[in-house]
Design a protein around this ligand. Structure first.
Ligand code: ADP
Ligand code: GLC
Length: 503
């Protein structure tokens, strides 16, 4: 089976959040299972700067649409055995110094990307890249940026070669949709979207909505969030389409790259450890982290950490208020790494100004520093209002920091609440209310456990570190989803199991 991932981000080339991690790790796992997975992303300006020497110019083609003809240049490289293609086309992709720009330009750029991506797949299918023809069986789109692809495929199915190509759309974040894209779609010559659900719900100009209506199969990134998306509170106006596609909508938990994220081998950590040795060795990382942030090196002061986009989705506004209490009332230290909305950054900075000796705030994005925080902090606070999956809590657990999370989406699916009664269970601490008081009291409960029930704390750490967060199970669900999508696209007659094995 041939699967082409079409996405805006892929780690390590371009990553602003978990989308990049998923596109950067799932394809290699699929390949290990015999699926010929490849990836297409735009050639964002920073990729040229950081990875230019690894890019090989593969081929160019002309792509005509209503506004004119574009020259499209394709570059390629391999990452963990996965063929990765990068698309350059002036003025849309190839320049600039960020992955995303402003929403107007991004809508226009990603409408183009969707169209040109389909043309690119056609070129590969004809062997124009110089290699053997490679026509994908499944186009796998991600989030609003590439959600137009399933519709364009639906239109292309009337052409030879495209009849039975299937599409899958993964929703990583429903809150970003590519709204009101009608003008851009019209300018680009994209035909009318006449799906009755779209028309009836007035979403024909909503890029993510279009994907929800036209993809053969859909999923989001945790089972709990798949349920949540049926409600207006989480569906962000698209819950009607989720209901309409209920039978095609799955929830598949994200996995982690367990090799790359391993405290026993991670070069970002000053001291390595694993679940056998963490009781003696992990403390060295904590001391190093305290030193790095200019905090007093107190072994007994629990470090609460935040590694996050500082935005309302992540609950950072009410968390800052709860943290203020915790800093005033306890001996805990606080480390914040992230950036986002100006007013939330400001609230965090204010915590540092008021509690400078025990609270440190680093506004920015730094992958190695994030790993050192997972490896040295005692707890990671993730108070998200909604969280489709969330990778930081899994990373924290893998590295022995216990997550303190709000019970939503993937956080609810991955963190088991501590039970300090007779049962010895748990891998973290869970609360429900989006309130400063909930953050305050749950953190105090965690701090109390850390200080006074250390053996129970360490057993939780061990359980968290030993949990299998790998892609092993999720990848089987993705293969099944691809098979179902092919079935819907009219490939019910082929031997899907043989196809999945790569024959
Ligand atoms: P989201 O995609 O909603 O931002 P996830 O938890 O799925 O949330 O993924 C976040 C990813 O980005 C994780 O790999 C995390 O380590 C990383 N990350 C978030 N903020 C930062 C930061 N300031 N510096 C470095 N890495 C970060
Ligand atoms: C989104 C979600 C996050 C998820 C990530 C990868 O950014 O906010 O919860 O883990 O996508 O699927």
């Amino acid at each position: 089976m041939r699967v082409l991932f079409i996405a805006a981000e892929m780690a390590p080339f371009a990553k602003t959040g978990g989308l990049g991690d998923v596109v950067g790790s799932l394809p290699a796992v699929l390949r290990a299972k015999g699926v010929d997975a490849r990836v297409l992303i735009p050639l964002h300006g920073p990729i040229r700067t950081a990875f230019g020497d690894r890019l090989e110019r593969l081929f160019s083609f002309k792509f005509s649409r209503r506004t004119g003809t574009a020259d499209v240049h394709i570059y390629a490289t391999e990452q963990d055995g996965v063929p990765v293609y990068f698309m350059e086309s002036w003025p849309f992709f190839g320049e600039g110094n960020s992955v995303y720009t402003d929403i107007d330009w991004d809508r226009e750029r990603f409408v183009f990307f969707g169209q040109a991506a389909l043309a690119f797949a056609g070129e590969l299918g004809q062997g124009h890249h110089g290699g053997a023809p490679w026509m994908p069986d499944v186009l796998h789109a991600h989030d609003w940026h590439t959600a137009l692809v399933p519709f364009l495929l639906h239109e292309a199915r009337y052409q030879p070669g495209w009849e039975s190509v299937a599409s899958v759309l993964t929703v990583h974040n429903m809150a970003y949709q590519g709204w009101d894209a009608g003008g851009y779609l019209w300018m680009a010559g994209v035909p009318g979207r006449h799906n009755p659900h779209l028309v009836y719900q007035n979403k024909t100009d909503n890029l993510l909505g279009i994907g929800l209506a036209y993809a053969d199969k859909l999923n989001t990134v945790s089972p709990r969030h798949a349920i949540e998306l049926h409600y207006p509170r989480f569906g962000e106006g698209l819950e009607g389409l989720v209901w309409a596609r209920d039978g095609d909508f799955a929830g598949i938990l994200n996995g982690l790259d367990m090799q790359r994220n391993d405290p026993a081998t991670d070069r970002a950590l000053p001291f390595s450890f694993d679940w056998h040795t963490f009781r003696a060795k992990r403390i060295e990382n904590k001391r190093a982290l305290q030193h790095e942030f200019g905090l007093e090196q107190l072994d007994d002061a629990p470090i609460i950490a935040i590694v996050s986009r500082l935005v309302e989705q992540k609950g950072m506004d009410f968390a800052a208020e709860g943290l203020r209490w915790v800093l005033a009332e306890t001996s805990a230290q606080l480390i914040v790494l992230g950036s986002g909305q100006a007013e939330i950054e400001q609230e965090m900075r204010q915590l540092e100004w008021d509690f400078g000796w025990k609270a440190k705030v680093h506004i920015g994005y730094n992958v190695d520093l994030a790993q050192r925080i997972y490896g040295g902090a005692d707890m990671l606070l993730v108070p998200s209002r909604y969280e489709p999956c969330g990778l930081t809590q899994m990373l924290a657990m893998r590295y022995g920091a216990l997550p303190v999370v709000r019970e939503t989406g993937g956080l609810a699916d991955t963190v088991v609440n501590y039970d300090d009664g007779a049962a010895d269970r748990g891998t973290g601490f869970v609360f429900l209310w989006e309130e400063p008081e909930a953050v305050r009291h749950t953190l105090r409960w965690a701090i109390d456990t850390y200080r006074h029930r250390r053996p129970a704390w360490e057993r939780m750490q061990e359980r968290a570190m030993r949990t299998d967060w790998s892609w092993d199970r999720p990848v089987q669900h993705y293969i099944a989803l691809y098979e179902q999508a092919l079935h819907k696209a009219g490939r019910g007659d082929v031997d899907l199991t043989a196809l999945a094995r790569g024959h």
